[in-house]
Design a protein around this ligand. Structure first.
Ligand code: GCU
Length: 335
């Protein structure tokens, strides 16, 4: 009898142990947080791939406790509305361009002034140095936390009408710009009419003739199919508009300092990954559109100077309070 009871009891203990370890395993799989991440580019685009890498790293390093769901292709709205929603904590994470971001934090315009950087190395030197760090901190005044810079190359003009060699050629043209006062003003100074349109609407606006042209980097021009409806490209590289990964302050404040550290580190690692992808994609996109028959105007130094001179007043108009930072950025390009 005693023996039977012992056998029964040990059976019961075994069953209970199995049960509780199953529950523990299940609990381990249940995330503490499931967050949304907004991205307005296509699935295969470098920034979107960077976002997936970020989510993967965070999942790995938090043992599955933080899950970040990527919503690509602008499915959570255009950048302006994503930024607004994030300020109220409606969306947790995003990668956005600095142009719409500068409408919320005007000082950020400093980092995207026309013809500011001598090339990508110059821009990265600034973003990865003290100036870049200070600007990342400045997001806090707008209920956002900035995590890391992403690459978006240089932007060029393209249109469906004719080859452009000088600002004079742009006269009277309707050129789409991002939702940014700075970008509208740049177009006006070049003699064209600026039309602010959301990224998702540019293709149809070009196709229907609502606009004559737009401006963007090689991967966007290719990925969005703009090259199919606006084949004249002018490589003037007027702006390098950095992009940034951000998180809503409301979301950030829910997280422990350990989780915050992990997220910051993963964002930085994903940025490195995005930059590598960016370089390759940019070259591939340029090759692809050239092969597709786009007419590419490479400006002579003299022609490029005319563009630069035309937009010079914009520095006074938008950066009069930040001359010291502009000077420091320019100096970093000379070192
Ligand atoms: C780039 C950038 C996008 C932005 C777009 C635009 O493609 O990556 O985030 O929306 O420019 O011109 O609107």
């Amino acid at each position: 009898m005693k023996k039977r009871i012992v056998v029964l009891l040990s059976g019961l203990i075994l069953a209970l142990t199995a049960c509780s370890s199953k529950r523990a395993a299940e609990e381990e799989l249940v995330p503490d947080y499931v967050f949304t991440y907004a991205e307005n580019q296509a699935e295969d685009y470098p920034t979107t791939q960077g976002a997936y890498r970020f989510a993967e790293l965070v999942q790995e390093r938090t043992g599955g406790k933080i899950q970040i769901q990527i919503n690509a292709g602008g499915s959570l709205g255009d950048e302006r509305s994503v930024i607004e929603q994030m300020q109220f904590g409606g969306i947790d994470f995003a990668r956005v361009s600095l142009s719409p971001m500068s409408e919320v934090i005007p000082k950020l315009n400093v980092l995207q002034m026309p013809y500011l950087y001598t090339g990508p190395d110059h821009m990265w030197k600034v973003l990865e140095g003290k100036i870049g760090d200070e600007f990342l901190k400045s997001f806090e005044e707008s209920s956002l936390v900035a995590l890391s810079w992403y690459d978006a190359g240089a932007r060029n003009f393209y249109n469906s009408v004719k080859p452009i060699h000088t600002p004079q050629d742009l006269k009277g043209m309707k050129i789409r710009v991002q939702e940014s006062l700075l970008m509208s003003r740049m177009i006006e100074l070049l003699g064209a009419t600026a039309i602010q349109t959301s990224y998702a609407d540019v293709y149809s606006a070009l196709q229907t003739g609502q606009i004559d042209g737009a401006e963007n980097n090689w991967p966007s021009y290719e990925s969005e199919g703009h090259y199919e409806v606006a084949k004249y490209v002018t490589v003037d590289e007027h702006t390098r508009v950095p992009e940034v990964q951000i998180v809503a302050e409301a979301t950030w404040n829910k997280l422990s300092p350990e989780y915050q550290d992990i997220i910051r580190a993963c964002a930085r690692e994903s940025a490195q990954y995005e930059r590598d992808l960016w370089k390759k994609r940019s070259e591939r996109s340029e090759e692809l559109v050239r092969a597709a028959g786009c007419e590419v105007v490479d400006l002579t130094p003299e022609e490029k100077r005319k563009f630069q001179e035309a937009v010079t007043p914009i520095y006074n108009e938008f950066c009069a309070d930040h001359v010291d930072i502009i000077d420091a950025i320019v100096a970093a390009g000379r070192e």
